[in-house]
Ligand binder design. Sequence first.
Ligand code: ADP
Ligand code: MG
Length: 310
Amino acid sequence: MTVSSLASASVRAPASIDALIAALRSVGYFADRRLATAVFLALKLQRPLLLEGEPGVGKTELAKALSAVLKRELLRLQCFDGLEQREALYEWNYAAQLLHLRAAEGSAPAEELEREVYQARYLVHRPLLQALQAPEPGAVLLIDEVDRADEPFEAFLLEYLGEYQVSIPELGTVRAKVAPITILTSNRTRELNDAVKRRCLYHWVEYPERERELAIVRALVPEASQALAAQVAAFVHQLRSAPYDDHFQRAPGIAETVEWARALVALDTLMLDPEVVVDTAGILFKQHDDVVALNQTLATEALQSAQLVA
Ligand SMILES: Nc1ncnc2c1ncn2[C@@H]1O[C@H](COP(=O)(O)OP(=O)(O)O)[C@@H](O)[C@H]1O
Ligand SMILES: [Mg+2]
């Protein structure tokens, strides 16, 4: 069975890319046109969407926003090294099965008891199975940080993404009622399997342009003045650009920008200056070396090149 043969009429996607951008914005997510195009196509073509990018650029948040826009339940599988099928798909509730056996001891032949304990009610549904069984209009399935899982798990995913069905030996095959809208994310700590990539539409998520990050700060930190929000967006943008980016191992993500804006408001900052930048560097950066790198000299230079001080 191909995915496209699954109930396609039930995907009520926004009618255009502009409508999608507006809908995402209405739930607080600011997407650029290229990202919105990738999402739009994933919805239209019913393909999984693989989002790669640095941490903090809004990959996970997109899946949450999409679930809000489409009014579909969000099912999230957080990947990690050693993730196993039973945590991703399903497992049997051994404790409950055991209790059942105890209670029924001697009351029925062994084969009958065995049948009884392998009923659906003793099955623990994990996110990938839940996504197949989600009622109309279906779920948004987020397979988050898939680069953290190991290769056997990727191989297993390949099958899942291809068929949207799984076979449970004791119960039979479970097919998706509605294909879940599937978002995979990767921070690219390693290259993913080519076959997984081929199954998906692919989009590299960039750090936001200054204007878009300003819009995010304005939306999430309304208590910041327009002037301060503009300075924050300009300064972070500068830190992420050459030559300043060379001084840091990890550039600030959007969450750090937002947090920084909040901190500056809490400190009653009206305008950025080198002192306040150095004093709050621990909010912009999460690695000690990076915090140290943002010293008075560098802060002054970056503020000057961003034309934030004379
Ligand atoms: N496009 C966006 N619009 C609004 N907020 C965003 C956007 N991208 C990121 N954010 C904010 O930044 C935070 C971090 O984003 P997240 O999705 O967790 O990053 P990633 O998954 O790429 O590491 C989010 O919780 C959200 O508050
Ligand atoms: Mg994430």
